[in-house]
Write a protein that binds this ligand. Structure first.
Ligand code: NDP
Length: 453
């Protein structure tokens, strides 16, 4: 008679939880995954996937304009927001089915409901208790909204993905990933967008030239960026919102979206009661093998607040399952994790920003800014920026940054090069593919003189 009902109970069926559960199931473990919402989690249901579908929908607006320069004659394009949202929702339903099927095929039991730890081996779901040898917490994160009068009128990205109508005037608080992505979606579809950022620049943590270039490009598209500004209050009058800024002036909006970060979902899970330690940001503290302060309890993904990206959570989940259910100990390497922002134009990067590199290296910088070939005919006023940060002593490429069309697709390949420790000489020895934007990364010959330290 086994001591526990399951070998593994996972709380949270998002990217990390599903990958860990499926793999553990495949390796013969008896697994249950507890999920209070939809299987698929943030990425599939409320994040990456629906957002990217809306981005795909929005960028047609740019393509229609571009086409004119290539001889097309197009009538007035009309967009049906409701149709886009319905199509997106249909795809999410399909994906949820796929995820459920994959779990079932791996022998994993999906337990609907909210799981709370009753003791280190027991999870309670709506009064029902199940026990597990190992417990994996993969509950992800949740949007946080600043505290000001009227904050109840403000929506998060969760609701923005499901608005019944496209708002004509949108105020977006924040300048991070989610803010600039939604700014691009609404702007392309014809809304007036105001981004309210509390500092002078977007995308904190990204390379300075990326932040500056993106800011310029968003402004060229008509997005208003209110820098060094915060929202003091939001008041609802009739069907519209009056947004008052710290400067005292106000504006009317049809929708106010807060994209001001996400917090680890660690509340009311019974974590502290069973001895799981949280850090100052209330994220679960784990070691290199994803183990918490309680020997049989593990955690992966955004709930641990390491690098909050879906592919990172998936890899953490995979490594947890390989280590504990396949006797192949693995640890995640958090260096050179590439990331992308699906703004318009998009951003993608791998490795160190110039500022981060300068902390420990002498650097050479290579930067190019150009108008993509397509836009010589389309007339689109958009410039691409590409930048390499190179270690002056070892010649290793430390960082690769791009703002421009297809940046996420291009940087993925360069991430392999950085992971392999490529040098600038090896970049130079690589023959470019012509005519592309990507070839610029292997034809950058002259370092930026004034920063040649
Ligand atoms: P981010 O941390 O990226 O950005 C938060 C923004 O809100 C920053 O500009 C920040 O300003 C600002 N902010 C924070 N608190 C306040 C406040 N009290 N008042 C005013 N402004 C504030 O968070 P997001 O919500 O955009 O995204 C959450 C996470 O989701 C990201 O960190 C990322 O890990 C993930 N994500 C990834 C995507 C991708 O890979 N493409 C897409 C979307 C999300 P400041 O810079 O001054 O701190």
């Amino acid at each position: 008679m086994p001591q526990y009902d399951y070998d593994l109970i996972t709380i949270g069926a998002g990217s990390g939880g599903v990958r860990a559960s499926r793999l553990a199931g495949k390796y013969g473990a008896k697994v249950a995954v507890v999920e209070s919402s939809r299987v698929g989690g943030t990425c599939v249901m409320r994040g990456c996937v629906p957002k990217k579908l809306l981005v795909y929908g929005a960028v047609f607006a740019n393509h229609f304009n571009d086409a004119l320069g290539f001889g097309w004659r197009i009538g007035e394009p009309m967009h049906d927001w409701g149709k886009l949202i319905a199509a997106k929702n249909k795809e999410l339903d399909r994906l949820e089915g796929v995820y459920n099927r994959m779990l079932r095929d791996s022998g994993v039991t999906v337990v609907p409901g909210r799981g709370v730890l009753a003791d280190p081996h027991t999870v309670e779901i709506g009064g029902k208790r199940i026990t597990g040898d190992k417990i994996l917490i993969a509950t992800g994160g949740w949007p946080v909204t600043p505290d000001f009068p009227g904050k109840e009128h403000v929506i998060s990205s969760n609701e923005a993905l499901d608005l019944p109508e496209r708002p004509e005037r949108v105020v977006i608080i924040g300048g991070g990933y989610i803010a600039v992505e939604f700014a691009g979606i609404f702007n392309a579809l014809g809304s007036e967008v105001t981004l309210v950022i509390r500092t002078g620049h977007l995308l904190r943590g990204f390379d300075q030239d990326v932040c500056a270039t993106l800011g310029e490009e968003l402004e060229k598209k008509g997005i208003i960026i209110r820098r060094d500004c915060t929202v003091r209050s939001v008041e609802k009058t009739g069907g519209v919102y009056s947004v008052v800024f710290d400067t005292g002036d106000e504006m009317i909006a049809d929708c106010v979206l807060a994209a001001t970060g996400r917090a680890p979902a660690t509340s009311n899970l019974g974590l502290e009661q069973v001895g799981v330690k949280l850090n100052a940001k209330r994220a679960i503290s784990v070691d290199g093998q994803n183990r918490t302060s309680v020997e049989n309890i593990f955690a992966v993904g955004d709930v641990t607040d390491r690098i909050n990206l879906t592919p990172v959570a998936i890899n953490e989940g995979r490594m947890f399952a390989e280590t504990f259910f396949n006797k192949r100990p693995m640890q995640m390497d958090y260096t050179n994790v590439a990331s992308a922002v699906f703004s318009q134009p998009p951003v993608a990067c791998v490795g160190l920003s110039e500022a981060d590199a300068r902390r420990n290296h002498r650097v050479r910088l290579f930067i190019t800014r150009f108008r993509a070939m397509k836009h010589t005919l389309s007339g689109r006023d958009e410039r691409t920026m590409m930048k390499l940060v190179v270690d002056k002593d070892t010649d290793k490429v430390l960082g690769c940054h791009m703002v421009g069309e297809d940046a996420p697709e291009i940087i993925q390949g360069f991430a392999v090069a950085l992971k392999a420790g490529a040098t600038k000489a090896q970049f130079d020895a690589t023959v470019g593919i012509h005519p592309t934007a990507a070839e610029e990364f292997v034809t950058l010959r002259d370092p930026v003189p004034e920063t040649d330290t």
